[in-house]
Design a protein around this ligand. Structure first.
Ligand code: ATP
Ligand code: MN
Length: 479
């Protein structure tokens, strides 16, 4: 019986006039005891169901409340109302599930704030905003697989539980079955991990890169797309404790090949979403424009969401070296007027305010910064001939800051071992990683794109907590 339902998206696109149809969904609003706006999640657009006056029982009409679920059968007719071509003249209305208007926490009339919606994240799917965001998130995930599949990359599943913090990318979450109230100890008082599940200490992965390299140096081109975990205590609009990352890793790619792929990839994702989720994007663009009206003039973006995406598609990303970036910052009016909170000099790990200045004020487009000081980057990045910098590249995006971090990897065993020693990375534990450099080492490169930051960029949501269905952040793990 349920298979007979037509999705509202399909109905609104069809020419079903004068046909009998069955739709099911949740009530968004009920006006004049007559007009039901019904939504089933297939699109942001509701279908209008007309319950002719006098045709339905009063008791039934009382149960048509916000978010009640209905099954409606009726005739498709041309709509007299504005904003829709067709509507459904109801023949039968069945309430599948009641929704008590007294206790239902989502009153859509007075536009609930995004902060409030995070507290009821289990229900925020029922708003237009989050319907649009999560349909777009789906489209992006699909487009990621399409992009790499079309290029012949192999989708590789890297482990979620690992024993190495090879990268030192961030604080890690421990994985253990040891009893916390009674930990087995060694003679020196340290915890005896030999008794733990894996016989050694283990944690949730912060990145699949090192394992990705193992596969890339045999399969050629691979990508991962999975969850990563960082127990970093940074309460920012761009950090989550659990986030998804896409990490392509390619044999026979140098830094430039790497940058070209990353730029092509980001543009593909934007174009694909613009082609497949236009309505959702237009809705979010309007939402963002409304939100920005509340801001002081100088905090508003110059471009609307659609213009921003168009602009990114139609312009090459700026490519500069880290050294050039520092020079720009030192020459900037912001620096001269002491507007930066953090110091600027060669060797710093650029702060968000610096990245945003470069992207939003100076270049006004995405920027790829290359050749960072070796001291602030991970051990596996390829050393440049100047002895100071490595072949790293970060992509900085307007409104987001860093969206991609990548590099050409150090393929020379002696150089790699020397770097590991300098940075106190235990080479013994990484024997398997070093084997790729022992047996047929090749130049290779890769990068990591933070999935939620990409969702943020495309949807215009300013807080990363609104780009993932169930955000995990410090002190917050509800739902
Ligand atoms: P940041 O400086 O912003 O903390 P990072 O240098 O730690 O980033 P990488 O280790 O290079 O980032 O990770 C690759 C990508 O993963 C980043 O470019 C970003 O898009 C994303 N990312 C990193 N940390 C987080 C996080 N805590 N939450 C969401 N996305 C993240
Ligand atoms: Mn970080």
């Amino acid at each position: 019986m349920f298979s007979k339902r037509i999705k509202i998206k399909d109905l609104l696109q069809s020419e079903a006039e004068n046909q009998a149809v069955t739709v099911m969904g949740w009530v968004r609003s009920f006006r004049n005891n007559q007009f039901i706006a019904l939504n089933d999640g297939s699109t942001n657009n509701n279908v209008q169901v007309v319950a002719e006056l006098g045709k339905f029982d009063e008791q039934l009409l009382k149960r048509i409340t916000p978010s009640a679920s209905l099954k409606v059968t009726g005739l498709v007719i041309p709509s007299l109302g504005k904003g829709q071509k067709i509507e459904i003249k109801a023949e039968a209305i069945e309430v599948l599930g009641d929704s008590d208007p007294e206790t239902y926490p989502l009153q859509l009339k007075n536009r609930p704030s995004l902060e409030y919606l995070r507290e009821i994240a289990h229900l925020r799917f029922r708003t237009n905003t989050f319907g649009a965001v999560f349909r777009i998130r789906h489209t992006l995930a699909f487009a990621i697989h399409k992009f790499f599949n079309d290029k012949g990359f192999v989708y590789l599943h890297t482990p979620i539980i690992t024993a190495s913090d090879a990268e030192g990318a961030g604080e890690m979450f421990r994985v253990t079955t040891l009893p916390l109230e009674n930990l087995p100890k060694n003679e020196d008082g340290s915890i005896n991990f030999k008794e733990d599940f894996f016989g050694r200490s283990s944690n949730l992965t912060v990145s699949g890169q090192l394992e990705g390299e193992l596969a890339a140096t045999a399969l050629g081109e691979i990508y991962t797309f999975g969850p990563t975990f960082r127990a970093e205590n940074s309460n920012t609009p761009r950090h989550l404790a659990e986030f998804w990352m896409i990490e392509p890793e390619m044999a026979f790619y140098d830094l430039e090949d790497n940058m070209n792929l990353a730029e092509e990839f980001i543009k593909f994702l934007i174009r694909y979403t613009m082609e497949h989720n236009r309505e959702d994007l237009l809705f979010l663009a309007q939402r963002l424009a409304d939100e920005e009206k509340q801001l002081p003039q100088d905090k508003r973006s110059e471009l609307g969401l659609m213009e921003k995406l168009d602009f990114v598609l139609n312009n090459a990303f700026e490519r500069i070296t880290y050294t050039e970036a520092i020079d720009i910052l030192l020459q900037s009016p912001a620096y001269k007027k002491k507007k930066f909170q953090y110091p600027v000099e060669w060797g710093i790990d650029m702060q968000s305010e610096h990245e945003r200045y470069l992207v939003e004020k100076h270049f006004k487009k995405p920027v790829i910064v290359t050749n960072y000081p070796a001291k602030i980057k991970a051990f596996y990045m390829r050393q440049n001939d100047d002895g100071k910098t490595v072949a790293a590249m970060d992509i900085l995006a307007p409104g987001i800051g860093e969206i991609v971090g990548g590099s050409q990897r150090e393929e020379r065993l002696d150089r790699l071992e020397q770097r590991m020693k300098e940075m106190n990375v235990p080479s013994g534990e990484l024997w398997w990683y070093l084997d790729t450099r022992r047996f047929g080492s090749v130049p290779h490169s890769g990068f990591g794109l933070g999935f939620e930051r990409m969702v943020q960029f495309v949807t215009g949501m300013s807080n990363i907590r609104d780009a993932i269905p169930f955000p995990r952040t410090p002190k917050s793990v509800e739902f």
